[in-house]
Unconditional design. Structure first.
Length: 199
């Protein structure tokens, strides 16, 4: 079987997967979002989770909106990442339903001046978007390194909080991702077809 991208090149994998997910129809995206939600809600750790970090899907990312709606209905709190004004290249989290503004990348995020903001350590679980993943918990993001820098503290602690969960379409799995020293591995990956527990 011939691969349609260079398996040793992060940029080649990124380009291929972004194009593949952007070709999904609105109906395919909605169907994937519903199946993703079912696969999250049946996880044992989800029942104990109170504070969820999520994201607003764009660029063809699998959408956690169905899961977020159900989480809010069940009394859980959902938070969105926002660029930290002081810790450059890092994220903090504001209310999912709070006032928003567009950041320098044109992406909507909680307005830090009009929301109660929370640190990464205050999240129980953070659902992270990704471009590609492997079964070892490797995650290929968009290349900005925001999540890796934000959760770098997890490398030097025994803390199990927050649990980092990658969300993806099932076809975004690759056999093995080329990794870098700064990559933060995931605890699990959940797709529209199931859950892969890593550690």
């Amino acid at each position: 079987m011939t691969c349609e991208y260079d398996i040793t090149s992060r940029s080649s994998i990124r380009q291929f997967m972004r194009e593949k997910r952007s070709n999904l129809s609105d109906q395919q995206q909605l169907s994937a979002a519903k199946r993703l939600s079912q696969n999250i809600l049946c996880q044992p750790w989800y029942q104990r989770t109170l504070n969820l970090g999520i994201y607003l899907a764009n660029d063809g990312e699998v959408d956690p909106i169905v899961m977020a709606t159900k989480a809010l209905y069940r009394g859980k709190s959902c938070y969105l990442p926002s660029l930290h004004p002081i810790k450059k290249g890092q994220l903090w989290f504001g209310d999912y339903q709070g006032p928003m503004l567009k950041n320098k990348f044109g992406i909507a995020e909680p307005d830090p001046n009009r929301n109660n903001m929370h640190t990464a350590k205050q999240m129980d679980v953070v659902f992270m978007p990704l471009v590609a993943f492997d079964k070892n918990g490797g995650r290929l993001g968009m290349g900005g390194g925001f999540y890796d820098r934000t959760f770098e503290f997890l490398k030097n602690t025994q803390s199990q909080k927050p649990k980092l969960i990658g969300l993806a379409h099932h076809f975004q799995e690759v056999e093995s991702l080329p990794t870098e020293d700064w990559d933060i591995p995931l605890s699990a990956i959940i797709t529209d077809e199931g859950c892969i527990n890593v550690r």
